[in-house]
Design a protein around this ligand. Sequence first.
Ligand SMILES: NC(=O)c1ccc[n+]([C@@H]2O[C@H](COP(=O)([O-])OP(=O)(O)OC[C@H]3O[C@@H](n4cnc5c(N)ncnc54)[C@H](O)[C@@H]3O)[C@@H](O)[C@H]2O)c1
Length: 279
Amino acid sequence: MANNLLAGKRGIIFGALDEKSIAWKVAERCVEEGAKITLTNVPVAMRFGGIKELAAKLDAEIIPADATSVEDLENLFTKSMEVLGGKIDFVLHSIGMSLNVRKKREYTDVKYEWMQKTFDISAISFHKTMQTAMKLDAMSEWGSVLGLTYIAAQRTFPDYNEMAESKALLESFARSFGYHFAMKNKVRVNTISQSPTMTTAGSGVKGFQDFFSYADKVSPLGNASADACADYCILMFSDLTRMVTMQNLFHDGGFSSMGMSPAVFDWAKEAIAREAEEE
Ligand SMILES: NC(=O)c1ccc[n+]([C@@H]2O[C@H](COP(=O)([O-])OP(=O)(O)OC[C@H]3O[C@@H](n4cnc5c(N)ncnc54)[C@H](O)[C@@H]3O)[C@@H](O)[C@H]2O)c1
């Protein structure tokens, strides 16, 4: 349901790769709520993803950028302001990639060059995006910058590997840069900590299906979908949340507040009973 919450606003959406991407759903909802947007992703995503299809559907321009390149980011903000006709009101950073995960290296046997690249892509790119926007004076007053994160920043999820530290760094950048951006332009910066979601980045994590089912059982409301995440992003881009900044906001159906989950306990008891029957 559209409520014109973003009427007249201009935004940049990073990270729409295919229709499962969280950024894809956010882009669709932004336009539905009256915003004008540009889409961006790494040049290789133009060939393998469906971003062109999304751009045609939303009448949005694609400005390719590798988010680890400051030069690409400068071009992205400059061109976006030209195309959209003014300063930017909101930015979604929806980027994650781990080389050690992709190449199936265990956490206790990582390659450090890859780990550094992972941090650059998944976290430092967030700082680069904000620093570039600030230097170009590209953000409107009361603008909103959002990054997507995961609870492995606070708790241990063994198979999440070096992405855990990437997310801890990302969330810390939101707090630290959020201070400076608020003081300079009243821009707010937050991260949304989303439930496991069936996307290309998500399903790259070892044992993702079990991980997904476990979180779904533990969360009293079940896992939050990508569509629900898009709704939350819209709220955070809207003028209804102007005083929210430097926060890590859990969007996870209650997962982060659970201690013991009776649903998981029952699940385990059923599995034990099944095993006993089979013996
Ligand atoms: N899927 C989940 O379970 C889950 C849960 C919590 C948080 N998140 C986070 O949500 C965000 C979006 O991921 P998703 O699940 O929609 O998966 P996705 O694979 O659809 O999106 C990841 C995007 O990052 C882009 N990307 C990779 N390297 C880049 C670079 N150098 N420059 C610019 N873009 C680059 C990819 O092209 C892709 O579009 C990520 O930050 C992810 O960590 C995902």
